[in-house]
Design a protein around this ligand. Structure first.
Ligand SMILES: [Ca+2]
Ligand SMILES: [Ca+2]
Ligand SMILES: [Ca+2]
Length: 220
């Protein structure tokens, strides 16, 4: 059971967290836009994947049956490359794939570089064989998350990180891939929200989160 948690605990927790994000994103708080809009249009649509040991690269595959039903649910793909340190050929973990719901189809893909750092993680959260959420890493730290929380095939949430901390979140509230909500964070705390109300891609409204009321000292 502990092995199951080791492999799947994080994924399930993320799915639950994303469900919470999906609910909160429906609450429109403010609006705006920046020059990042052009870049957002170039964002690739999420790839259609229905993994069943896709091993075009001819990597060595090691399979694990975590739940003991006789079918693999974790796949590790190893490739052989030159180790810069020793100058000799060495085997690296290139990819790990997980079947979270044990239906025989891959739901999570993790890609690693030769230094052993994770570079990308893709999730199919609703088990329909389409990727819904992608996390990008650099140097082992999260730099970007992007996803389709409406499960309609269109990317509608982008999150940008610096030094592993969330600095900006962008949303397409109309679910059309066009950013119309920008949230700016400082030290993980929401500082400002901007919103494009008239659809011209420029911010029309700005809003700061309301400060919690100061505690009132009891009289007497
Ligand atoms: Ca299994
Ligand atoms: Ca599955
Ligand atoms: Ca999906």
């Amino acid at each position: 059971m502990s092995t199951v948690h080791q492999y799947f605990g994080g994924g399930l927790a993320l799915a639950l967290a994303l469900a919470a994000v999906a609910c909160s994103s429906a609450e429109k708080k403010s609006e705006s836009k920046t020059e990042d809009t052009l870049r957002q249009k170039e964002m690739p649509t999420l790839a259609r994947r229905c993994g069943k040991e896709a091993n075009d690269e001819g990597l060595r595959v090691v399979r694990f049956d975590v739940n003991g039903d006789g079918r693999p649910d974790v796949w590790k793909y190893f490739k052989t490359a030159m180790d810069k340190g020793s100058g000799k050929e060495k085997e690296f973990l290139a990819r790990k794939e997980l079947d979270l719901n044990f239906d025989g189809r891959v739901d999570v893909w993790r890609v690693y570089n030769e230094a052993g750092d994770i570079t990308k993680e893709e999730f199919d959260l609703d088990f329909d064989c389409k990727v819904d959420w992608i996390t990008h890493y650099e140097g082992g730290k999260i730099v970007k998350k992007e996803g389709d929380l409406g499960f309609g095939g269109v990317v509608n949430v982008w999150m940008f990180f610096k030094n592993g901390k969330l600095i900006r979140k962008e949303k397409s509230s109309k679910n059309n891939g066009k950013v119309d909500v920008w949230e700016f964070y400082d030290n993980g705390k929401l500082e400002r929200t901007e919103r494009d109300v008239d659809g011209d891609g420029k911010p029309d409204m700005w809003e700061r989160p309301k400060e919690a009321p100061a505690p009132v000292a009891p009289k007497g």
